[in-house]
Ligand binder design. Sequence first.
Ligand SMILES: *Cc1c(COP(=O)(O)O)cnc(C)c1O
Length: 381
Amino acid sequence: MPVPVMKSGLICSLCKKTYNYNVLQTVSTCCSQPLISENFYKPANSAGIITNEPSMWRYRALLPALKNTDIVSLGEGWTPMVHLLKTSNQLQQDIWLKDESVNPTGSFKARGMSVAVSRLKEFGIKNCAIATAGNAGGALSAYCAKAGIKATIFMPAQTPALLKEECEMFGATVVLVDGLIDACGKSVAEFIKITGAFNVSTFKEPYRLEGKKTIGYEIAEQLQWKLPDIIVYPTGGGTGYIGMWKAFQEMKALGWIGNHLPRMVIVQSQNCSPMKHIYERGFIPDDFKPEPSDAYGLAVPYPFAKDIMAEVLSESGGTVVTVSEHEIQFGMSEIAGSEGILLGPEGSATYMGLRKLIKKDWLKQDESALIFNTGSWARYH
Ligand SMILES: *Cc1c(COP(=O)(O)O)cnc(C)c1O
C-alpha cells in the first residue's frame, strides 16, 4: 500500500525535539516526556490505503512499518459499532457504542500491545515489564506468549484474581504491589534498572499509541467518515484519548474527514479523578487522595501524559465528567436490560457520564455522541 508520507519521526511531546524512528525508543531524554510518532500525510484516497483485513491491521499502511514475520496479531480491532436505538430514543440524543470488549484478552489494550510487541520482536527484545491496573498486563502477556518474549507484570494486589491468573496462563511472571498503578510504576522502574527489561508501561514507549489510534480510524470508517459530535472516553493513562485525537489529525491531513472534530470528553471515577483537577485548576493538588474504583482501568492517580490530555481537552473543546461507584453499577444493569450488552464498569462510566452531560444541556439536541465499552464485564468477577 503506497502511503503519501512526507516525513516521519518521533518527537518529544514537550519540546518537539526529533528522535530516530528506526531505533527502539522509550521516553525523550531531553525532557523525560512521552515520545509521539509524527507522520505528515498528503491527501490520498482511503480506498488505496485501507485493506479488507478484518482487524486493526487493515490500517497497516498507517502503522509502523513492520515485516510480515514481525507482526504479532491475535485478530484485534475492527470491533462492532452499535447504534443504541432504545437509549437514543429514551435520552432523545443520537447515541453510538464502540464495543471493544470483544478484543483478544477482553479489552482494547490488545490494540496497543499488538503494535508494541511487534516492534519488540522486530528489535529482538527478549524481556519486558509493565505497570498495569490489570487489562494491559493480560494483553501484554498474551502477545508476549505469541512472540516468545518474557513479560513481568506489576499489578495492584487488589486486582481481581482472574487477571492475575490470566497473565500466568500466558507464561508471564506476576508481581503484586500494595497501592494503585502509580506504586506499580515505581516497582517497574526499579526492576528495569536491575534487569534491563524493556518498559511497556503507558507512554513509556511510543508504539502502543500507534495501535490505539486505530480506534479513531475505525470510528471514522464505520460512520462513513462523519465523526460523532461528542466522544465520551473512559480515561486512565490516556492512550485511547490521545490516540484517537492523533488519528483525527492524520485523517484530516489525508483528506478523509473535514475540519469538524468531536469534542473529547474524559470520564473518570469520583474515587480517582486527577484529570478533573487538571481541567479545573491546571494541577493535581497536594491533598489529592485517590481511592480504588470498580472501574480499575480508570484508577490512574498521576497519568504520565496528563499534559497531552490537557491539550486535547482544550483543542477539542472537551470537558471532564466524573461518576460515582453507585452510578457505575446502575449504568451496567440499565444497558444490559435495555440493549442486551454487558458493559464493563469503565464502559458504564461513559454511559453515565454522557447522561450527566445531556442533563446539563452540554449537547445540542441534534448532536451525536459515541460512548465505549472498553473491557468485558466478565473480567470483573
Ligand atoms: C486501560 C483501560 C482504560 C483506560 O484507558 P487509557 O487509554 O489508558 O486511558 C479504560 N477501560 C479499560 C477497560 C481499560 O482496561
